[in-house]
Write a new protein. Structure first.
Length: 100
């Protein structure tokens, strides 16, 4: 995380003056707000899963057994793509199943 001083101290024109000034409560509050927004942004980026999921990932996501996943494939509830011996599922298709 690389924060520019202008982001932390928006009201200060000459950043060299900060070298000889004590930190105020307003500075700490501003810093905490900037840090919270950066953390929220980082967490938001990490939550997006991959576009294609393997069977083990789908089972973990849906909390189902391998047999239940196989039944979802057989009865056409869940579309899949098989490449070699690995079965892949689109994340969008899983969301469609979960939404009413």
């Amino acid at each position: 995380m690389n924060l520019h001083p202008k982001k932390l101290f928006p009201g200060v024109e000459n950043l060299e003056l900060l070298n000889h000034q004590p930190i105020t409560k307003r500075d700490l509050l501003n810093f905490s707000n900037v840090m919270l927004s950066e953390i929220k942004e980082m967490v938001g980026r990490q939550e997006q899963p991959a576009q294609w999921l393997k069977s083990s990932e789908v089972r973990k996501l849906l909390k189902i057994s391998p047999g239940t996943l196989q039944n979802l494939r057989i009865n056409g509830t869940l579309n899949f793509t098989k490449i070699g011996s690995i079965i892949y599922y689109k994340y969008e298709e899983i969301l469609k199943i979960l939404s009413p």
